[in-house]
Design a protein around this ligand. Structure first.
Ligand SMILES: NC(=O)c1ccc[n+]([C@@H]2O[C@H](COP(=O)([O-])OP(=O)(O)OC[C@H]3O[C@@H](n4cnc5c(N)ncnc54)[C@H](OP(=O)(O)O)[C@@H]3O)[C@@H](O)[C@H]2O)c1
Length: 238
């Protein structure tokens, strides 16, 4: 029970990694706010967790972000923010439409920035605040067709470092988890093509691997780890 008494907001908690982190945080004693557009899923997950509130809506909408702040107010504060919600799209740069560019950047970069801006006053009310940003190994090693997605995650990793500087003096830490293909929905098409021989640990990562690290980053034991971008990749960057 490493998160007893903590209140955590997990964006994109209706499936995959966000759902896994939300469930695990609650199992470690946290009260969780989770978000997502699929209201049926979100409500069911929140019901199953018990100590959770689901805030439905598109995170790119100001109304959803207002509802998130209202949920935090109702719970009386916030200790942990996990910026997990993201959109993926594949097209080589000259095929990327304006709408596709906006869809990815507005969620992965703009909404993550604005949610953080809106809730950081709660995170720094007392020392121990935590921001965990879920990023992609495309930040360090690109591949064709993911220019907008990879650049949006690079922006998020850069924000991680700025937030460490801006709010570290208030006792907050901001860290990023940099993921290659993980056994979670966003990379379903890529998973069969992963070369396990190229992974020192000889397997792809799981939602449990990510949740394990997220619990550490959200908890009191990680207080001096700040502004880090951690490759959770079974040794692929080694
Ligand atoms: N899976 C991988 O291999 C992998 C690799 C590297 C990085 N990552 C990162 O890990 C995170 C989670 O990935 P995943 O595989 O778990 O993906 P996922 O299952 O597709 O989850 C994405 C989450 O984001 C939410 N979301 C998407 N668009 C939204 C919007 N406009 N407004 C509000 N919520 C929105 C989704 O909820 P709704 O659909 O209900 O809105 C869902 O809860 C992402 O940040 C991704 O970039 C994943």
């Amino acid at each position: 029970m490493r998160l007893t008494g903590k209140i955590a907001l997990v964006t994109g908690g209706t499936s995959g990694i966000g759902e896994g982190i939300a469930r695990r945080f609650a199992a470690e004693g946290a009260t969780v706010v989770l978000t997502g557009r699929r209201a049926d899923l979100g409500q069911r997950i929140a019901r199953e967790i018990g100590t959770a509130t689901f805030v439905p809506g598109d995170l790119t909408s100001p109304d959803t972000r207002k509802a998130l702040v209202a949920a935090v107010e109702t719970l009386g504060g916030l200790d942990v923010l996990v910026n997990n919600a993201a959109a993926f799209g594949e097209a080589v740069t000259d095929q990327v439409t304006d709408d596709e560019f906006d869809r990815i950047v507005e969620l992965n970069f703009r909404a993550a920035f604005l949610v953080t801006r809106d809730v950081v006053p709660y995170l720094i009310r007392k020392p121990g605040g935590r921001i965990v940003n879920i990023s992609s190994s495309g930040v360090r090693r690109a591949w064709p067709g993911a220019s907008v997605y990879n650049a949006s995650k690079a922006a998020l990793e850069n924000l991680t470092q700025t937030w460490a500087h801006e709010y570290g003096p208030h006792g907050l830490t901001a860290n990023a988890v940099t993921l290659p293909v993980v056994d979670a929905p966003m990379s379903l098409p890529a998973q069969p093509h992963v070369d396990l021989e190229a992974i020192p640990s000889r397997r792809i990562g799981t939602v449990t691997d990510v949740a394990d690290l997220a619990v550490f980053l959200a908890g009191d034991e990680s207080g001096y780890l700040n502004g880090a971008r951690i490759p959770l990749d079974g040794g692929q960057t080694a």
